[in-house]
Design a protein around this ligand. Structure first.
Ligand code: SF4
Length: 467
């Protein structure tokens, strides 16, 4: 019988079936960062346990670090304390840490693939919801909580129920000015933020086949925003060429052997899915969220929907969203004024994202009332962008060029919205308070759309700037 990648990877990592019916899964790669580990390490110390497989555990600093001056001690005492905990724990348990001194620091979901740590056929876990990102290389990758971080540190295993599998097929050529971010926002807008609950998503179809690995990383990153436990793309030639030569990928003949195996774990033709959904990629236009979850979105040429047009159960959330955002039903999203523009995060903080944003930044200057930040996803992204002179394009246009970190994706560091500021953001969550101000407002969009909004001062159709 034809099998899916999920079947094969799950089976290969299954230690046993637990009495609960869940599977005890071996975790091939455990990525850790400063926020979800202090308590987990403390629990290990209390139990007098060691890290079971230190060679499969890698740490970085990302959520709390400043993106201006990254010298310690950090100005924020809470950030400094978290960093100090991380350094102490890493040393005590003998684990590698990609900190600023290594030149490899960055957002955990940017550096995993970038360093070749994330590979096809792996199970990957990290104490952060957007671990689904790593599914782009053909891995089963999911976020976990602090207690599960402890479990993996102590046993390298996790108990989990195998989700159902939905294939999301996107076919057609994307229009100019439409990117992977628009595709995933369109998927979530169509299937809903709870549409994926109980499922994993396999992304397929010729639109996905043509995507670069960085585009697939953007796509898989937001699987969790659609309610899916994780999402993946089957490994193919694009995957193999992306991983070739990366420092933690196999090298030489070992790489060829690995690549041959990676091809065998892809879903086989004729494999059955619990569900299949289809999207027309050619019909997608640049997408902008207008509400308080990533499913509340419209095409840039569309109007904000009315609560009365929604199913009864969803109307209260729609009303809350309109009130919070200060929008009226029927209002076009295009032209909504912004105060802050943010290009970065594990969704869209990679080199290709910065290149696209720079293309748009060349067309104008940041509007006088807008604060615009470009935050590379890793030190290596920053270095590569600077080698191409992208930072000079941004600085000349009036953007701030920052150091690598999570930055304004979430309000855990000094990059925060103030008051009711409206942000055009390339990140992944627009929940109330996400960007650091309880009254702040977030419009999610692609990096190109963020750059366009930065220079016009309002939501703009980037296709008009790029033509
Ligand atoms: S960039 Fe945002 S979503 Fe990604 S790891 Fe950092 S805080 Fe989490």
């Amino acid at each position: 019988m034809a099998r899916t990648l999920l079947d094969k990877v799950w089976e290969a990592h299954s230690v046993r079936t637990l009495p609960s019916g869940q599977t005890q899964l071996l975790i091939g790669l455990h990525l850790i960062h400063e926020v979800t580990t202090p308590q987990a390490f403390q629990m290990l110390k209390d139990l007098k346990l060691k890290v079971r497989m230190p060679e499969r555990t890698f740490g970085t600093l990302d959520h709390i670090i400043p993106t201006t001056d990254q010298r310690r001690p950090y100005a924020d005492p809470e950030a400094e304390e978290m960093a100090a905990h991380m350094y102490r724990n890493i040393k005590e348990f003998g684990l590698p840490l990609f900190d600023m001194a290594t030149g490899k620091q960055g957002i955990v979901h940017v550096i995993g693939p970038e360093l070749g740590l994330s590979q096809p056929g792996m199970t990957i876990a990290c104490g952060d919801s957007h671990t689904s990102t790593h599914g782009a290389v053909g891995a089963i990758a999911f976020g976990i909580g602090t207690t599960q971080v402890r479990d993996i540190l102590a046993t390298q295993c996790l108990s989990m129920a195998k989700p159902k599998l939905r294939q999301v097929r996107v076919e057609g050529v994307l229009a100019k000015g439409v990117y992977a971010k628009d595709v995933i926002l369109a998927i979530i807008g169509t299937l809903g933020v709870k549409g994926g609950v109980g499922y994993a998503y396999e992304y397929a179809g010729d639109t996905i086949d043509r995507m670069t690995m960085e585009e697939r990383l953007t796509l898989c990153n937001m699987s969790i925003e659609g309610g899916a436990r994780f999402g993946y793309v089957n490994p193919d030639a694009t995957t193999i060429e992306y991983l070739r030569g990366r420092p933690y990928a196999p090298q030489g003949a070992a790489f060829d052997r690995a690549a041959a195996w990676w091809k065998t774990i892809a879903t086989e033709p004729g494999a059955a899915f619990d569900d299949v959904k289809h999207l027309d990629g050619g019909a997608i236009e640049p997408v902008v969220t207008w509400g308080i979850n990533p499913g509340m979105s419209v095409g840039v040429s569309e109007k904000i929907p009315a609560p009365e047009d929604q199913p009864e159960a969803e109307r209260p959330t729609f009303r809350e969203a309109l009130a919070h955002m200060g929008f009226a039903a029927g209002q076009p999203i295009k032209g909504a004024k912004i105060d802050v523009a943010f290009v970065g995060s594990c969704t869209n903080g990679r080199l290709s994202d910065l290149r696209i944003a720079a293309e748009v930044a060349k067309k104008g200057k940041v509007a006088s009332h807008v604060r615009a930040l470009i935050v590379p996803g890793s030190q290596q992204v920053a270095k590569a962008a600077e080698a191409e002179g992208l930072h000079e394009i941004f600085l000349a246009a009036g953007f701030q060029w920052r150091k690598a970190g999570c930055s304004m994706c979430l309000g855990m560091n000094e990059d925060k919205l103030q008051g009711r500021e409206m942000s055009a953001s390339s990140s992944n969550r627009n929940f109330i308070g996400r960007q650091g101000s309880p009254t702040g407002r977030t419009l999610l969009m692609s990096p190109a759309m963020v750059a366009a909004a930065a220079i016009t001062g309002a939501v703009t159709d980037v296709r008009e700037i790029l033509k």
